[in-house]
Design a protein. Structure first.
Length: 178
């Protein structure tokens, strides 16, 4: 459709723009960050990336109604995962026993709809307990949380007291010997 196009900027399909709107909405990205996302995506898809002003202009013309979370009570699951930042110098790290350099994504998900209700990105040194309260509070902005499911990493008196003060049922296994 856009092969050997000159002059006026590329026309992007509505489905592609709907996808970008969804990414912007769920990940809370600004337009310049979304432009960077598109540039990396263009390497995979093989299509030219739109610039941030093109994205913004198309978004203004489109109707986007994000799916609403369950407005009643939800059950949230909280966890985190690590992502290696880069692979360069891997043999040096192995030889000299240096830290690898990870980022950690803490997230909360609505168990029924599988939608992310909250997330935080930190470095590898931040423990899961530190981000738990923020995840629950951000989840409560979207819907009333009635229960939180989490693993033993979230087992602490502070978390149980926080959930009790919010009248939220904790489903966190207790570690042995603590």
């Amino acid at each position: 459709m856009n092969e050997r196009k000159r002059g006026h900027p590329y026309e992007y399909p509505s489905s592609y723009m709907q996808f970008l709107i969804s990414i912007r909405y769920y990940c809370h990205l600004d337009y310049r960050t979304l432009e960077g996302f598109c540039r990396n995506l263009s390497k995979i898809l093989g299509i030219p990336a739109p610039d941030y002003s093109t994205i913004h202009k198309r978004f203004l013309k489109m109707d986007f109604n994000p799916p609403a979370l369950n407005s009643e009570e939800i059950v949230t699951a909280a966890d985190s995962t690590g992502i290696k930042v880069h692979n360069s110098g891997e043999w040096m790290r192995e030889k000299y026993r240096r830290r690898r350099g990870w980022i950690k994504i803490h997230f909360a998900v609505d168990v029924e709809t599988k939608q992310i209700t909250a997330y935080e990105v930190t470095d590898e040194q931040v423990h899961d307990n530190k981000e738990f309260k923020d995840l629950v509070e951000k989840s409560e902005e979207k819907a009333k949380v009635k229960r939180v499911l989490a693993d033993k990493a979230y087992d602490s008196y502070a978390n149980f007291e926080f959930l009790q003060s919010k009248n939220i049922d904790p489903a966190i296994p207790v570690r042995r010997g603590d």
